[in-house]
Design a protein around this ligand. Structure first.
Ligand SMILES: [Zn+2]
Length: 295
């Protein structure tokens, strides 16, 4: 089952924002927000926080799955509105946010969307100071049974981590789990490392899960959640085989990318913007090519 409407998921987990800028509020004695969407989503997230918490200053944490512009985009805006907010992110994400060129890239990708959105407020991405580095095995105890375990799940990016709530059997993995599209297919998202990505999926597949909070497009629940990560791994393997086959037939990298663009993007089932899809596709094709060379 796919949950695609916002609101209460369990008494501890709330789906805020919308299907593009999706974020999750975890309620305990302290409250944490997982991810922050793009900068243009900041005002919506803030008003949702007011609605669910009564006072946005009752949000203690913003925990980031990774440093991509569409996941960390509104963190600076939220920090400006909620001065006591503490930011948690992986060690690699912490380094990325210290790099002026990376900050500039996140700002400019968000600014492209801000120009089109004509917002009344300044939502500019101004950079992130990480208050707490979250590593594999760390536990963030929010109180009242809300315990968040940190899992290192690299492969989508080097900085990807996932958050697991054993009490609710819920995991929030963003693109470390791939991106569902169409009728139950799952697009692989191994931008940084295919071997790490598969290892992360296998690890996530061993968790007891009832809910998988995706990067975009909702929450997978129930039986589909239980089989989600092993299905995602299977899609990744067959995608890899497909690319390998094309190279084996003597196709150039450019031709392989084009064939996959036709097969996947032109199917009309993928809602990701074309430019982002193509950048990701090229990164994945190049990785499979390099892995073949090293075999
Ligand atoms: Zn991402």
């Amino acid at each position: 089952m796919l949950i695609s409407s916002t609101g209460e998921i369990t008494p501890r987990i709330f789906f805020l924002g919308n299907l593009v800028q999706q974020v999750f509020l975890i309620r305990g004695r302290e409250n944490a927000l997982i991810d922050a969407g793009m900068s243009i989503g900041g005002p919506l997230i803030l008003s949702d926080l007011k609605q669910y918490l009564g006072d946005e200053n009752l949000l203690h944490w913003n925990l980031l799955t990774h440093s991509h512009f569409d996941h960390a985009g509104s963190t600076p805006y939220l920090k400006r509105k909620i001065p006591g907010l503490k930011i948690g992110a992986s060690p690699v994400a912490g380094q990325i946010f210290q790099n002026p060129r990376a900050v500039e890239l996140i700002r400019s990708l968000n600014q492209d969307l801000e120009r089109a959105a004509h917002l009344e407020e300044d939502v500019t991405f101004t950079g992130i100071e990480v208050d707490r580095i979250l590593k594999e095995g760390d536990i963030l105890n929010l109180g009242e049974g809300a315990e968040i375990q940190v899992l290192a799940t690299p492969g989508h990016t080097r900085c990807s981590i996932s958050f697991y709530l054993p009490g609710d059997q819920a995991v929030f993995c963003a693109e470390a789990g791939g991106m569902p599209y169409g009728d139950g297919d799952i697009m692989p998202e191994f931008l940084a490392s295919l071997p790490d990505y598969v290892k992360s999926l296998e690890r996530l597949a061993r968790l007891p899960v009832q809910y998988v909070g995706l990067a975009h497009g909702g929450i997978v629940a129930g039986d589909e959640a239980r089989s989600y990560f092993s299905r995602s791994r299977d899609f990744t393997r067959s995608f890899q085989d497909e690319i390998t086959d094309l190279f084996r037939k003597g196709r150039e990298t450019r031709e392989v990318v084009q064939a996959l663009e036709e097969r996947y993007y032109n199917s009309g089932k993928i809602s990701q913007p074309y430019r982002a899809f193509m950048l990701n596709l090229e990164a994945m094709v190049k990785q499979v090519r390099e892995l073949r060379k090293s075999d």
